[in-house]
Write a protein that binds this ligand. Structure first.
Ligand SMILES: *Cc1c(COP(=O)(O)O)cnc(C)c1O
Length: 388
């Protein structure tokens, strides 16, 4: 006998969940039966659709949104002795790729309101060794592309946009990916569009696209019936046809997913406005409905006003059937980066956010009732744990 379940018990709410339709699942089965399951016609078709999305620019698909950034840096010729400016408030992949190519990451603090790289600080961090900048569109909110490219042009820097979270976002009406220098997207399971694991890189021309193909698969170049040449060290970064078929099934839903995310984000703002959340010191994200794809809805807890830490808040939400996430701890305080010289106090805004940022549930199949439950539960926890 199973335990009796009260009809009042709400189902457990994950913080994100992919939406994959039956036609896509059937399409994956077809690919599996077709006899060609690794990189082939589905990858080619997916790349063509991605290129269409990106205003006709060359796009190549990969098995992550990490290798894409590493490859962009290699194509740009970034290596030992070079500096690359980026934010400490991002997934650690963003700076790991800089180390991977032998260059040095240079972190600059975030703007505490947008939580994105502070471009004034980025400008101040430029040295003769600076070769590139990796801006990150955290939660899908785009870094100011006008100011970013003005800075890059002035100092002749390459840009690798870490747009892992901003597929479907726009800058002044243009899609992220349709303009700029290198643009890297991720199709990890948690991103707005998924291939289970995967990513793509938007390039500037066919020469870069050819190089990307070489770095993608062992440096191999094929020609004629049986020709093969290898001129550089490539890796093993190709996307499978199975994964590409998932991506092809996701793309037609992009607008619908983004619209749903916008609705839910609006519902969050409305629900929070009806509570004392702001008076309690809770920091909400920028109320942007022009640019972001609302990849995440993140709040920052007011640690100086609470008697409990983020981990306890998360545990209490979990006990109430609500999952939350942390995106992300400040990178420069990881052991690997401390060994390279960074320490507590280097980037106060990123550190505060790293300790207190909390990702609330947001995904297309969520409901407004779910949003209300999250807000009410979180605000009740904050009210019950105020410093006197
Ligand atoms: C997801 C993500 C990545 C890496 O993407 P993978 O596909 O998981 O390799 C890089 N940067 C940011 C900001 C991300 O969110």
């Amino acid at each position: 006998m199973s335990a009796p379940v009260s009809s009042a018990t709400p189902p457990f709410l994950p913080f994100t969940r992919p939406t994959i339709d039956d036609a896509t699942i059937a399409g994956v089965a077809e690919v599996l039966r077709s006899g060609w399951i690794t990189s082939g016609p589905q990858v080619k078709a997916f790349e063509a659709k991605l290129s269409e999305h990106c205003g006709g620019r060359p796009v190549r698909a990969f098995n992550s949104g990490t290798c894409t950034m590493e490859i962009a840096l290699r194509i740009a010729g970034v290596g030992p002795g070079d500096e690359v400016i980026t934010t400490p408030l991002t997934w650690v992949a963003t700076s790991n790729v800089v180390l991977e190519v032998g260059a040095r990451p240079v972190f600059v603090d975030i703007d505490p309101v947008t939580r994105l790289i502070d471009l004034d600080r980025a400008a101040a961090a430029i040295t003769p060794a600076t070769r590139a900048i990796i801006p990150v569109d955290l939660s899908g909110l785009p870094v100011d592309r006008d100011r970013l490219y003005a800075l890059a042009q002035k100092h002749r820097l390459r840009v690798v946009e870490d747009a892992a979270q901003s597929f479907g976002s726009t800058w002044k009406g243009k899609r992220i990916g349709a303009c700029g220098d290198f643009v890297s997207f991720s199709f990890h399971a948690n991103k707005n569009i998924t291939t289970v694991e995967g990513g793509c890189l938007v390039l500037n021309d066919e020469r870069e696209a050819k190089l990307a193909e070489q770095y993608r698969l062992q440096g191999v170049m094929r020609s004629g019936q049986d020709g093969m040449e290898v001129e550089l060290v490539g890796g093993k970064f190709n996307l499978t046809d199975v994964a590409a078929r998932v991506g092809l099934g996701q793309l037609p839903h992009l607008t619908e997913f983004t619209t749903k995310r916008h609705e839910l984000a609006r519902a969050y703002f409305e629900a929070f406005a009806a509570t004392p959340a702001r008076a309690l010191g809770l920091r909400l994200p920028v109320e942007d409905f022009a640019h972001t794809n609302w990849h995440m809805f993140q709040v920052v807890l007011p640690e100086e006003r609470l008697t409990i830490k983020r981990a306890d808040v998360m545990a209490k939400l979990q006990a109430a059937g609500i999952a939350t996430g942390v995106h992300y701890p400040a990178i420069h305080l990881f052991a690997l980066y401390r060994r390279l010289g960074w320490k507590d106090g280097d980037f106060p805004h990123a550190e505060y956010a790293g300790r207190n940022i909390l990702t609330l549930p947001l995904f297309p199949t969520m409901t407004r009732a779910d949003v209300a439950r999250v807000v009410d539960t979180l605000v009740a926890i904050l009210q019950a744990h105020q410093q006197s």
